[in-house]
Design a protein around this ligand. Structure first.
Ligand code: PYC
Length: 315
């Protein structure tokens, strides 16, 4: 088990409303030659640090942590492993935008396009002159259309399954996607996730995010979403990997051409601009532009005498 360090230094930011906590010092480097191996090492040996850093009393359920590691590819700036209040992610779009703003804030960002290794592949990002960040994600794909799930209390819910660095079930409900409805949207999406977990839909695709899509409320957006994340909390941003998966599904339905911009509004009213290009092997490459702001810097302390040294509810 990875020893608990006395202190860990973090920089906090939010990207279009969704928080990211970048670990900048103090967390022992995970073992492994690949980013997948390093994520597995964290899962097996350092899960107590994940909880201690992002969960209460130092954090809260919506925070996504980002652990920087040495790169695995010679031309990458760093490796990055994202995690939340419950588990580890493949990629995280809002999180990568937060990482780039954080590195720029710390004076650690090299100019131009910067590459990062993640457990699901290498991605790249660039800080734009206006302070926004454009990321190029791993390839996205539409996995299955019109998938039916029997959801207790809701009946049959039909949605599409897509991958954008994490796995998404994308559907529509009659409930308006407003902040006032968040408790009901949480219950609805959690019921859909539970039913998917029970029924193993779409060939057992490891779906762990539920995305509701509805009409935009902003005049400058194409659609609004509500995304339930893998830790059971909702995304305050339009969700970078969710927007990637949604664009691949729209493309499969003939509703989004390569190169056309897709303006994705979030439940909080913030927005990502996305578009798809074709990769060298014909794969769909999602691009997402959004803005992050640094909100704080902290030295987290882990006093062995503290009954909540590793977070509330820790085993
Ligand atoms: O932006 O990809 C994203 C994301 C995933 C979970 C929370 N945000």
């Amino acid at each position: 088990m990875t020893p608990v360090p006395p202190i860990i230094r973090v920089v906090d930011s939010h990207t279009e409303g969704e928080p990211t906590r970048v670990i900048v010092d103090g967390w022992p480097a995970p073992a492994g030659a690949t980013m997948e191996e390093r994520r597995e090492d964290l899962r097996r040996n350092a899960d107590h640090l994940r909880r201690a850093v992002v969960c209460e009393p130092r954090g809260h359920a919506a925070i996504v942590g980002a652990l920087l590691t040495p790169p695995v590819n010679a031309d990458s700036h760093s490796g990055v492993i994202f995690f939340n209040n419950g588990t580890y992610l493949g990629m995280c779009g809002h999180g990568l935008i937060g990482v780039v703003r954080t590195l720029a804030y710390l004076g650690r960002l090299t100019p131009g396009v910067v590459r990062f290794d993640t457990p699901v592949g290498t991605v790249s990002a660039e800080l734009n002159a206006d302070g926004s960040v454009t990321i190029e994600n791993v390839a996205a794909r539409c996995h299955a259309l019109d998938v039916r799930v029997e959801v207790p209390g809701l009946g049959v819910v039909t949605g599409d399954v897509g991958y954008g660095g994490n796995w998404f079930f994308v559907t529509h409900v009659s409930l308006p996607l407003t902040m006032a409805n968040v408790p009901e949207l949480m219950r609805t999406t959690q019921a859909i996730q539970d039913a998917i977990d029970d029924q193993g839909v779409a060939g057992g695709a490891p779906i762990d995010h539920i995305e509701l899509s509805g009409p935009a409320m902003r005049a400058d957006a194409d659609a609004r979403n509500f995304v339930l994340c893998s830790g059971g909390e909702y995304d305050r941003s339009p969700c970078g990997t969710g927007t990637s998966a949604a664009m691949a599904i729209l493309h499969a339905r003939g509703k989004l051409a390569l190169g056309d911009e897709w303006q994705q509004e979030s439940i909080t009213g913030s927005r990502f601009t996305g578009w798809l290009t074709e990769g060298p092997g014909g794969e769909l490459i999602p691009h997402i532009r959004g803005t992050a702001f640094v909100t704080g810097e902290a030295t987290l302390r882990f006093d062995p005498a503290d009954p909540f040294q590793l977070g509330i509810g820790s085993p």
